[in-house]
Structure formats: C-alpha cells, structure tokens
Design a protein around this ligand. Structure first.
Ligand code: TRP
Ligand code: SF4
Length: 404
C-alpha cells in the first residue's frame, strides 16, 4: 500500500477547458476547500483527460491550465494543505495506465455509461478514439497511483470509481500472490470433485471477468458446503475468488458530491455550454448587467403584474444566496406586485458581488505573481511524483518487470 499517512487520502482532478464559474465554485471548489482541512488531499489539472475530448482544439487546454490553477487558489484551495499539480507533469500516470490496460477486459470499458452517453451528447466531436474509450482507465491510474481511498466525484463519475475498484481487485488478484499460491489454490479446487470444481471456476469467471457480485455470494455458499476441504484450503479459495492476496493497489470509494444546485442565468444548470455563467473573475459591472438582464417570470410583463417566484430563475438564485427573511419578503413582494424585479435582483447582485470580492482579490494577487503560481505547481508535482514513483516501483515488482 502506498503512503505512510494514517489519515485518508483524497484525490480529485478537473479538466482545463475554460474559465471557472460560480457553478464550479458551488459544485466542486467549496467542497475541496472543506476536504483539504480534513484529509491528505491531491488535486490535479487533468490535462490529458481534456485531450480525450478536445484533441482538435488542444490550445484551449494550454490556455486554461494556469488560469484554472489561479481560480483554484483564488477560491481558497490551499497549497499548504493540499498538493496541487498537473497530470502530465507526473508521467507515471501514463505508465500505470499502460500497465493496467494490459489486464483490463475491453468489455469493462465499453460498459462504462459515460462512453456511449458522451458520444451521443458531443456529436460534433469524433469520440470514436482509443483514448476516449480508455479514459476511465486513465482515471483509475490517477486514483490508484496515489493509493487514494476517497474520490470526490459527481453522480456521473461514480461508475469510474467503481471501475477503479474492479481494476484494483483484478490487479491484486493477478499480481498480489505469494509464490506458489496459484498452485495451492488449483490443488484445492480439485479436492472439491469435478462438479463443484466446475461450478467454482464458473463463479470465479463470472465475478472476475464480468464483475458479477452475485457470483461471490453463491461461491461463498458453495465453499461452506464442502466437507472435504481443510480450513486453509477454504480460505485460500475465498482469497482466490476475491483477489485478496497481498494488496498492492487500494480500492477507493466515491465521495459523492451533492449535485450543484447552482442555477445559471436562465434557470438551467450553470454551464459553459448553455452560455449562462458568471465566471469567478467576471468584472463587477458585468455581474450587474448579467443579473439585471436575466429573464424573470415571463407572465410578469409590467411592474404592476404580480409574479410567481416558482417559475422565475431569479428565485432559484435566492435559494442559494438569501436567508429566510429576504426570501419571505421577496415572495410576498413579488406575488403582490409590491416590489419590482430590479429590487428583487438587487439582493442577488449584492450577494454575488460580496461572494466574488475576496475571490477576485486573491485572483489578482496570483495574476500578478505568475512565478509563485508556477512554483506552487512545481512543488506539488514533485511531491506527487514521489508518491507515484513508489507505487509504480511496487507495481513493476509485482508484475515481474523489475529487471535490473
Ligand atoms: N474525469 C473527471 C472529469 O471529467 C476528471 C478526473 C480525472 C478525475 N481523473 C480523476 C476526477 C480522478 C476524480 C479522480 O471531471
Ligand atoms: Fe422573479 Fe423576483 Fe421578479 Fe418575482 S420579483 S418575477 S421572483 S425577479
């Protein structure tokens, strides 16, 4: 196992594909800032991941890498509490990805939901590439190389963490054996008699190749019934089944980040592709303009028409930014037409500007000191690389590739 730190290790990555906005802040960055206080955190710029979808306009990646790091720092991600680095500065990720690719059944990758979903969603891009198919496995390498046991992700990425667990299990099963383990297990299988041996092998295959968890339960029951197996043999076969030999790679768990409730300027989820964002470094005048011109209840045409907050995107922003007193005042004022939409929006304008104030101040400090930003990333990359090298050394050893 990797790492001497007794506390949990957290790892997460973000793709550099443009400016970060309030959706990223509320959905991801605030969570990172919280996690860094509690755990040993590794946060990285997933530039190779961005390449799997943006290989045709890779300049966007280069343009976004440093800006994204500035946004992280501005949002309060602290290099004193977390290692910040760039994926491609730690080329060990690529080597582990390659080695894992040798033992990962193709079907596991084809079955990851995002593979087909994203191809459908991003029709304008040609995603029928080897790299795109393999990107969840690259993510597995990202996680496993640090022995991370907690991975904060959104709902859409949970399947990737699940894949990572299966890959780790399979790797440990294949390469985590003491010498002679296979032979001893094979001999034990024979002791069960032909019929049960065939059944056991069948269940083994179903679990290891298809990730069928039911098969494990059936196999446990089968082993429990075997009168002519010594306890050691039974334990050996349980271990054989679950790959619980020596643990080389740690199975991580997903830390599900609650879906961001941050609505965009049109009431849909805030996202660059909907063109409804307020970026973290949006100039205050633009923040005001964007919020003032934001659509409201379409039925509220004149100031004297009563409105309905439940169909108004501005109300959703009150849900994020306003306390109960403000919300109650707005609701009454809107439905009785005693306040105008500009009055209503003024609360949001103030709250957003107040939130962005310290973020933008910190951003300016880092913008003015690009050398400091680079030093932070170089230090983080060095620290990450030390851990990554150790893991790879163990992986090579276990695979029998440590010829010197
Ligand atoms: N795939 C993630 C995304 O698209 C980013 C990512 C890459 C990641 N590697 C990771 C997240 C490892 C968590 C852990 O958002
Ligand atoms: Fe929306 Fe506020 Fe106008 Fe009501 S008063 S319609 S909640 S912006």
């Amino acid at each position: 196992m990797v790492g001497m730190n007794p506390t949990s290790r957290v790892l997460s990555g973000m793709r550099p594909t443009g400016q970060l906005h309030l959706g990223h802040y509320h959905g991801v960055l605030k969570n990172w800032v919280r996690l860094q206080q509690e755990f040993d955190c590794f946060f990285f710029v997933a530039d190779w991941h961005a390449l799997t979808t943006h290989y045709e306009d890779s300049h966007i990646i280069a343009d976004s890498v440093w800006e994204m790091v500035v946004d992280w720092l501005a949002a309060g991600v602290n290099p004193g509490s977390a290692q910040l680095f760039i994926q491609s500065h730690v080329p060990e990720h690529a080597e582990l990805h390659l080695l894992l690719s040798m033992v990962t059944p193709l079907g596991w990758l084809e079955r990851v939901p995002s593979y087909k979903d994203q191809q459908e969603k991003l029709r304008e891009r040609d995603l029928a590439t080897y790299g795109f198919l393999g990107y969840p496995l690259l993510q597995s390498a990202d996680i496993l190389i640090y022995g991370a046991d907690k991975v904060p992700v959104g709902e859409d990425q949970v399947a990737h963490v699940e894949l990572t667990r299966e890959v780790a299990r399979r790797f440990n099963h294949l390469f985590g054996r003491e010498p002679g383990f296979e032979e001893a297990a094979e001999a034990a299988i024979k002791k069960m008699g032909k019929k049960n041996a065939r059944l056991y092998r069948d269940l083994l295959k179903r679990y290891q190749e298809q990730g069928d968890h039911e098969a494990i339960g059936v196999a446990h029951a089968l082993l429990a019934e075997q009168q002519n197996l010594a306890i050691t043999d039974r334990e050996r076969l349980l271990g054989y089944l679950e790959g619980s030999g020596r643990m080389i790679l740690t199975e991580p768990e997903a830390l599900l980040t609650p879906a961001s409730k941050m609505p965009g300027l049109d009431g849909q989820k805030m996202s660059k592709s909907y063109n409804n964002t307020i970026s973290l470094r949006e100039a205050p005048d633009d923040v005001r303009d964007k919020l003032r011109t934001m659509p409201t209840d379409p039925a509220r045409v004149r100031r004297t028409d009563p409105g309905n907050p439940d169909v108004c995107p501005v109300w959703q922003l009150h849900e994020v930014y306003s306390d109960d007193t403000v919300k109650q005042g707005v609701r009454e004022g809107c439905t009785s037409a005693s306040i105008g939409c500009i009055d209503c929006k003024q609360h949001i304008i103030e709250a957003v500007l107040q939130e962005l104030g310290p973020i933008q101040e910190r951003a300016r400090e880092f913008e003015q000191d690009p050398r400091r930003v680079r030093a932070i990333i170089h230090e983080g990359s060095d620290a990450a690389r030390d851990v990554a090298r150790d893991t790879l050394e163990e992986v090579r050893q276990a695979m029998g590739l440590a010829y010197t």
